[in-house]
Design a protein around this ligand. Structure first.
Ligand code: SAH
Length: 217
């Protein structure tokens, strides 16, 4: 089967799975997932599944990327923070929808690879940082939207603080680190108040606090 027909089939799977926002589907269509997977998994680039990447991490399942992006309700005026760059695939999708994307990753090697991909794909509205995304990116706050792609036990307080008071929305997986009981949560801020609701069950790698030893100064 050609890449194009695999891609069409994937888009159909996403529609059937509940991704109905045409802007999100168009963004997914425009980002070549094969540029973000490891060479040995190239034949599975358009399968609707998570795949292993370096540093023991994973590139998220396309359906989960679609549903989480849709729940964020992003437009081209939004400044977005992503925690957990990984392969950079979700970052690339966000970059097609937002004004600017700030993305934080704790593994330098993953970030370097992701930066190379952004450049090759001419994605110029992405700013990257190696660091602990559990603390967010205070210097760039507030953010209109925040997306976390690794699971925390609780909603990280610094991220709530860095979310815009004017209708800011954050989407993140919350639950145990073993990945057995995790759910995607949508947090919506209105002034200093916020409300959250549960969206769907998922299985993400854990949001690890701190950065690996080689990165500490
Ligand atoms: N969105 C990515 C998903 C990568 S998996 C993709 O589609 O490829 C989650 C990523 O979060 C991993 O790369 C992991 O290293 C990173 N991560 C985990 N804890 C983190 C933290 N505290 N700060 C920043 N990144 C973190």
């Amino acid at each position: 089967m050609s890449t194009e027909s695999r891609k069409i089939r994937l888009i159909m799977d996403l529609r059937n799975g509940g991704v109905t926002d045409t802007r999100v589907l168009a963004a997914i269509e425009r980002v070549p997932r094969e540029a973000f997977v490891e060479e040995s998994f190239l034949d599975q680039a358009y399968a609707n599944q998570a795949l292993p990447i370096n540093c023991g991490q994973t590139i998220s399942q396309p359906l989960v990327v679609g549903l989480m992006t849709q729940a964020l309700d992003i437009n081209d005026r939004h400044k977005v923070l992503e925690v957990g760059t990984g392969s950079g695939y979700q970052t690339a999708i966000l970059s097609k929808l937002a004004r600017r994307v700030y993305t934080v990753e704790r593994h330098r090697d993953l970030l370097t690879e992701a930066e190379r991909r952004f450049k090759a794909l001419n994605l110029h509205n992405i700013t990257t940082m190696v660091g602990d995304g559990y603390k967010g990116w205070g210097a760039q706050a507030p953010f209109d939207r925040i997306l976390v792609t690794a699971a925390a036990r609780i909603v990280p307080p610094d991220l709530v603080a860095q979310l815009s008071d004017e209708g800011g929305i954050m989407v993140l997986p919350v639950g145990d680190v073993a990945g057995l009981h995790q759910e995607v949560i949508r947090v919506q801020k209105d002034g200093k108040q916020f409300k959250s609701n549960r969206l769907f069950p998922v299985r993400f790698v854990p949001l690890v606090q701190g950065v690996p030893p080689e990165i500490q100064k």
